[in-house]
Design a protein around this ligand. Structure first.
Ligand code: 6PG
Length: 242
């Protein structure tokens, strides 16, 4: 698990965009489609804006299928919605067919209903039998300052789930439910790409890479039969041993 460290945030997002485009083109060429689960929060905004900016080689938007790794328990127009962030930064600006966009229904009053609905959506799209997992071509992840990934926060029950695809995960520190894919799905992906930017993540990055017994959620991301990419800028990697 060797991180790819880019000098500046701009270089990080450019490198991540290049990875995205390369993988999308390869998947479309070989499989006829590219399935990606997007991450939320603030870091990926710059990647999404770059992808939408039009400066990259032609992206096969009509053959890319967009999912989310997690969503807040809010409506899609809420300021905290990961869908809203992604739609504003990218999806509303590119010719991706609406039917290629699979939003987590965070607006449902009961978070478990939202999780079950999304799980059924995945089972339908990937034509899964009970007990099977979807194999995404790419899952994008960020890390929180506590080492959480998607909405799998330390000491939450969602981290322990080994059978479900999507769960409603109670996050005590925010006193709210989040809807999140499980580690079982994340670790079944063909490629998981972590995107980490800024010196405020330096300490947690150091812990993830240098404290193997910290049992952080990010350390439990180990694709069983896929690639694991850690992409960060110099700020995020600044506390790592040289
Ligand atoms: C979310 C994300 C979450 C995010 C980290 C990092 O819903 O917030 O999925 O896992 O990736 O919290 O967030 P920042 O990029 O804002 O630091």
């Amino acid at each position: 698990m060797t991180p790819r460290i880019l000098d500046t945030p701009a270089e990080l997002f450019q490198a991540a965009a290049n990875e995205f485009v390369t993988r999308a083109s390869k998947a479309v060429h070989s499989e006829g489609r590219f399935t990606v689960a997007l991450s939320g929060g603030s870091t990926p905004k710059s990647l999404y804006a770059l992808l939408a900016g039009g400066s990259l080689p032609s992206i096969p938007w009509d053959k890319i299928y967009f999912f989310w790794g997690d969503e807040r328990h809010v409506p899609p127009d809420h300021p905290e919605s990961n869908f809203r962030m992604t739609n504003e930064a990218m999806l509303s600006k590119v010719p991706v067919p609406r039917q290629n966009i699979f939003r987590m229904p965070g607006e449902l009053p009961n978070a478990e209903d939202a999780a079950l609905a999304y799980e059924r959506e995945l089972q339908r799209f990937f034509r899964l039998q009970p007990g099977e997992f979807p194999r995404f071509d790419l899952i994008l992840l960020g890390i929180g300052p506590d080492g959480h990934v998607a909405s799998l926060f330390p000491a939450t029950t969602g981290l322990l789930e080994q059978h479900r695809l999507v769960v409603a995960n109670w996050v005590e520190k925010f006193k709210t439910y989040r809807i999140t894919m499980t580690l079982a799905v994340i670790n079944y992906a063909a490629c998981v790409m972590f995107l980490v930017s800024g010196s405020d993540k330096a300490e947690i990055v150091k812990e993830i890479f240098e404290e193997p017994n910290a049992h952080l959620p990010a350390q439990q991301v180990r694709p069983a039969n896929g690639e694991l990419l850690w992409m960060m800028d110099r700020g995020a990697g600044s506390a790592l041993k040289r």
